[in-house]
Design a protein around this ligand. Structure first.
Ligand SMILES: Cc1ncc(COP(=O)(O)O)c(C=O)c1O
Ligand SMILES: N[C@@H](CCOP(=O)(O)O)C(=O)O
Length: 541
């Protein structure tokens, strides 16, 4: 598939001011025709699938957006998906303005030159110092907007009360909590794997004491937390009594908000290097990946028209994605002997936010790959979509019952390889990358970013001459003091306390904390959700 082709799933070119309403369907084929508001509030489809737009709009005027501010660009991109009939333009502008006013950089997501052909897109200038803030500040305000509108004139139990349940390996949790704390008509339950997030990440979540925030430490790993969330969404019981909402990247609004910085970084590159990089030139993106949400946002930007040469999927030793791109098989099997010995298949690495066995957003890409494969048969669009839904449902069923699926058809794999390549970066290689870039540039990479930068460095050796690589910097190094100190302790001039640690983190460990421990048992979590929401509604919290 070449970029911008009117292939299946790509919609007609539209201009941002007269956007038709996008409708959404489920990747597993049982649900379709939903509005943006529906999919944002529902999070996960009833058939267990993930929502995707029925058409991907073409950003036909994207070249004229080069000099826009981040917020004006966000407005233009989001307007391709959100019709003024759903959110009037002035309201959308206001939601965007408020969402990014909390960032510490005027560029929101600034691009800096790191070394040679590698540029770093710093995504950690939001309230919780990780890329999740870009989408979750927006999603928090979006939830609030829809709820205020739905609840106008309603009192007490008649009000629409959203119960957000989310799983986190550390960063989504605090970003969601900061996006939703204190908001009316929303309770938020964040499940994290007990003892498997960094100390700062844990403190960022558990020191928020607002009545609507509930931290649950689950005895298990991130995948167990993610499975509990999906079990709750699938449970008719809790769905009958509570309106569940999602803050993980299963929520379409997360992906949509993240498409903006792919365009914005491209434009920053064009502004910073006017002699070497022209509008229309291609760029590579290297993305540290776990749940596949961040890189998927890039894929949507590409399908909307952004000139991308390749996306580099950078994984740590939890390498299910890297194995798929190498073999065409998507299998949960343990990353290596140590992970197998740890019995749950997930290896604890120095980049813990990516310690994920199954990447939930990969399902969205699978749908597009299956769709393209079906389209080759020359049938009509309805048939292609139906086929894609059935194929994805079958793959995901095998993943659940057999622990994996594949090899996929050679054409499907070939299509995946046209747009993406992958790299696996081990812990020792991560430490080496942090050290090497510190020595070469003085820049301190967080371990997740280091995985991406090391993958970018390798990819640069294969990239066509002159194609720049933008590597996504997904978190601030101070969130991962252990790994950063391990890498740089002996380096000249390295001073974590005085040169890396931001003032916002100082004294967090002295603050009061609130967290409940819970077994890896979705019914136990369901009981806690019921109990705590009831206490909140009665004003007892
Ligand atoms: C710091 C950091 N980097 C990278 C990732 C991986 O991103 P994704 O899950 O969207 O692939 C995460 C977690 O999602 C993260 O917290
Ligand atoms: N790395 C994430 C895991 C959850 O991913 P999400 O993007 O689907 O929310 C985290 O830090 O929590």
């Amino acid at each position: 598939m070449s970029n911008g082709d009117a292939v299946n799933g790509n919609g007609p070119a539209v201009d941002a001011t007269h956007t038709p309403s996008q409708r959404y369907l489920s990747t597993r084929g049982e649900d379709s025709g939903l509005s943006f508001e529906d999919v944002v509030l529902k999070g996960l489809a009833t058939d267990g699938g993930l929502y995707i737009p029925e058409e991907i709009p073409q950003a036909s005027e994207w070249q004229s957006w080069k000099d826009l501010s981040f917020t004006d660009l966000a407005f233009n991109i989001l307007s391709l998906y959100i019709s003024p009939a759903e959110i009037p333009a002035d309201d959308l502008r206001d939601i965007i303005r408020r969402s990014y006013s909390t960032f510490r950089s005027e560029h929101v997501t600034p691009l800096i030159h790191l070394k040679d052909n590698i540029h770093l897109l710093e995504l950690f200038h939001g309230p919780t110092f990780a890329f999740k803030d870009v989408a979750l500040q927006f999603l928090g305000n979006l939830f609030e907007y829809f709820l205020v509108r739905r609840n106008a004139g309603k009192e007490g139990r008649d009000r629409y009360h959203l119960t957000v349940v989310g799983a986190t390996s550390g960063d989504t949790g605090s970003a969601a909590i900061y996006g939703l704390r204190g908001k009316q008509d929303v309770s938020v339950f964040m499940l994290h794997p007990k003892g498997r997030v960094s100390p700062i990440q844990e403190l960022q979540m558990t020191t928020v004491l607002d009545a609507n925030v509930h931290n649950l430490a689950v005895t298990g790993n991130f995948d167990n937390c993610q499975d509990i969330v999906k079990a709750l969404f699938a449970d008719p019981d809790i769905n009958a009594t509570h309106k569940l909402g999602a803050v993980n990247s299963i929520n379409w609004a997360r992906i949509l908000a993240q498409t903006v910085y792919y365009f914005y970084s491209y434009f920053q590159l064009a502004r910073q290097r006017p002699d070497a990089f022209k509008m229309g030139d291609k760029v590579r993106f290297s993305v540290p990946s776990g749940n596949f949400g961040d890189i998927l946002a890039g894929y949507f930007a590409f399908r909307m028209g952004l000139p991308v040469d390749k996306f580099v999927i950078a994984t740590n030793e939890n390498d299910i994605l890297d194995r798929f791109w190498k073999t065409g098989r998507y299998e949960k099997k343990a990353a290596d002997a140590q992970a197998a010995a740890e019995a749950d298949g997930v290896k604890e690495t120095l980049s813990p936010a990516m310690d994920i066995l199954v990447s939930s957003n990969f399902e969205r890409l699978l749908w597009f790959l299956a769709y393209e494969f079906a389209a080759a048969a020359g049938m009509d669009d309805e048939w292609n979509k139906r086929q894609a839904g059935q194929e994805v449902a079958a793959w995901l069923s095998d993943l659940k019952t057999k622990g994996g699926f594949g090899p996929v058809y050679p054409d499907v794999l070939a299509s995946a390889r046209r747009t993406f390549e992958s790299e696996r970066v081990s812990d020792p290689e991560t430490l080496d990358a942090i050290r090497a870039f510190y020595r070469g540039t003085g820049y301190v990479l967080d371990p997740h970013t280091a995985v991406g930068v090391e993958a970018a460095r390798r990819s640069a050796e294969r990239a066509p001459q002159g194609v720049p690589i933008i590597s996504l910097s997904t978190a601030h190094p101070a969130k991962f003091a252990g790994a950063v100190t391990l890498a740089l302790d002996k380096e000249d001039g390295f001073d974590f306390e005085n040169k890396v640690l931001p003032e916002q983190f100082v004294g967090l460990d002295k603050k009061e904390k609130r967290v409940r421990e819970v077994a890896n048992d979705w019914k136990a979590v369901r009981d806690i959700v019921r109990e705590e929401v009831e206490a909140e509604l009665q004003g007892k919290r």
